[in-house]
Design a protein around this ligand. Structure first.
Ligand code: TRP
Length: 334
């Protein structure tokens, strides 16, 4: 499929029919335009999702997520789109790399520390702990050069590089060392009612979150209730520390309109917060309406969806097997 030796780019999202506008703005929004510059692999990380999701929902969520990828502009003729569990090489490399990773470094992962506190430690599944090693396996199997991620995944990518360098220094240069692509704006969309905390699809209060498949009629209500500030006179400008609520709405508006934040700041000079929220809600609604229309079209064609992931798994296996073979060979277990 890939012929012209462009650098390889890998990214993934955990399947959930509940992807948020934060997942879109931070990650998936950038995927379509990367398809021309890189050889892209876009994975649906169902094995990662097993660490948290209601396990009975996973099957449906995979196809929901695939339809969302397509609706967001990912093109199966340009990119390899596949489901992680269809390519057994991921879990194989996961085991090998876990023997090259340290308990101490995994204990320091912020995401694990947060997730651990959401449960009691005795009920925290080991998959949550192992999660970053599986992510490293995803990336390293394809000799990936670039990984577009939200800023919350930066630490996991650093770990990936450390594991890869450790392995390379013991054996020859088996793995390409990947670099992150973190976009300046929108890499972390915050919760609507508490803009100091990340917007999360698992938030119990759904008014904190805008889901890509939200009922359009709920958008005005959610945005109307979003936290701003009590500056007098009200002023709309970007400053995540002093004006986290307004900055968050600006990020969202910027993504829905494709306008720079600085342009929006000029256009919104003198506008009151109530009016600003109406504008934001209006643009989000228009954006979601279009996206959902396209989503429904793809989601209703399960044969087409299944063809894409069957083909994607075939292509992904071909590539990942080459790396896995080398790994087995240098360790001496083939
Ligand atoms: N952990 C990522 C997230 O939740 C998803 C993911 C899994 C990923 N494997 C990956 C992202 C490899 C980039 C590269 O957002």
């Amino acid at each position: 499929m890939f012929t012209n030796n462009k650098p390889i780019l890998f990214s993934a999202v955990q399947p959930s029919g509940n992807l948020t506008i934060g997942n879109y703005i931070g990650t998936i929004r950038h995927w379509p335009k990367m398809q021309d510059k890189y050889e892209c692999l876009y994975c649906i990380a169902d094995l990662h999702a097993l660490t948290t999701i209601d396990k009975k929902k996973i099957k449906k969520s995979v196809l929901d997520t695939l339809a969302l990828y397509l609706a967001c502009g990912v093109d199966p003729n340009k990119s390899i789109i596949f489901v992680q569990s269809h390519v057994y090489q991921h879990s194989q490399l996961n085991w090998i790399l876990s023997c090259f990773s340290y308990f101490g470094e995994l204990s320091r992962m912020n995401q694990f520390k947060v997730k651990k506190h959401q449960n009691y430690i005795q009920y925290t599944n080991v998959g949550l702990f192992n999660y970053p090693i599986l992510m490293a396996s995803d990336i390293l199997l394809y000799q990936t050069s670039f990984v577009p991620i939200g800023s919350d995944q930066k630490q996991h990518l650093e770990l990936t590089c450390n594991i890869a360098k450790r392995f390379n220094s013991l054996y020859t240069d088996i793995f390409t060392i990947p670099k992150p692509i973190i976009n300046k704006n929108g890499s972390k969309i915050m919760s609507l009612l508490d803009p100091k905390k990340k917007m999360s699809k698992s938030d119990i209060n759904k008014n904190n979150v805008i889901f890509l498949l939200d009922d359009i009629s709920s958008i005005f209500f959610k945005i109307k209730n979003a936290i701003t500030d009590s500056d007098m006179p009200p002023k709309i400008y970007y400053d995540i520390f002093k004006k986290s609520g307004i900055s968050n709405l600006l990020e969202i508006l910027s993504a829905c309109t494709n306008k720079d934040i600085s342009t929006l700041e000029k256009e919104l000079n003198g506008v009151f917060y109530g009016e600003f929220k109406n504008i934001v809600a209006d643009y989000i609604s228009k954006f979601l309406f279009k996206l959902q229309k396209s989503y429904i079209k793809y989601r209703n064609d399960e044969n087409f969806l299944k063809k894409i992931i069957t083909n994607g798994a075939f292509e992904a296996r071909l590539r990942s097997e080459q790396t896995l073979k080398k790994v087995f060979s240098v360790i001496g277990i083939n």
